[in-house]
Write a protein that binds this ligand. Structure first.
Ligand code: HEC
Ligand code: HEC
Ligand code: HEC
Length: 125
């Protein structure tokens, strides 16, 4: 029987397999697009850069769940610093040109990120 679901799943698996070497390398710090604009005013990210490279998606997921489901707003980083759990307010305060950072890397890795459908790419002033 014809199954659109299976075909779509198959296409997804195929796309993941084709792009895997790129994002595997990215997530493990082995390659990055050459023209990423990293912040110059701050020296450190919320967590160490290697951790951020590999795990920023999970961190953002956990921030969203904490804020939206549990009403919590403060993240305590490994170094003891406190951060407001906000994509626009915190991440983009330092990474103020996501089109030259987040988006540039996602395009390079072939990753589709839909957060910008709702979240502003400009920090609140
Ligand atoms: C206080 C400023 C600041 C905040 C807030 C911040 N970052 Fe960073 N981020 C940096 C700096 C500086 C670097 C580069 C660090 C380095 O190279 O050691 C960095 C590096 C990264 C990297 C690794 C990039 C690479 O390949 O070198 C990712 C991914 C990242 N940040 C995502 C995020 C996300 C997602 C958030 C919000 C959860 C966030 N950052 C919040 C300053 C910040
Ligand atoms: C150095 C490259 C790089 C940078 C810089 C980067 N990302 Fe990513 N991002 C990735 C890769 C690679 C994936 C997918 C890999 C995976 O799922 O394991 C990803 C996945 C994500 C996901 C999960 C998407 C999904 O639907 O699964 C979110 C959310 C995300 N990134 C947000 C951000 C934000 C916000 C920034 C900027 C503050 C940022 N990323 C900067 C490489 C990067
Ligand atoms: C359909 C719209 C929509 C999409 C798509 C969406 N969000 Fe959100 N997000 C919201 C709303 C609404 C809130 C609640 C805002 C509040 O409580 O201040 C929120 C809150 C959050 C928060 C905590 C508060 C803040 O201001 O950042 C984080 C972190 C977050 N989302 C991350 C993400 C990430 C990462 C993605 C992409 C993987 C994403 N969101 C995609 C609508 C969306």
């Amino acid at each position: 029987m014809y199954s659109a679901g299976k075909i779509i799943l198959g296409l997804g698996v195929f796309a993941a397999a084709v792009t895997a070497p790129v994002w595997y390398g990215l997530a493990h710090g082995k390659s990055s697009p050459p023209d990423l604009e990293r912040p110059t005013e701050a020296k450190d990210c919320v967590e160490p850069a290697a951790y951020m490279r590999a795990r920023h998606m999970e961190l953002l997921d956990s921030w969203r769940d904490a804020v939206v489901r549990r009403g919590e707003h403060v993240y305590v980083a490994a170094d003891g610093k406190h951060h407001d759990m906000s994509l626009t307010g915190t991440c983009l305060r330092c990474h103020s040109e996501p089109s030259k950072f987040c988006v540039r890397c996602h395009d390079y890795a072939g990753v589709e990120v839909f957060c910008w459908d709702c979240h502003q790419q400009k920090k609140r002033s």
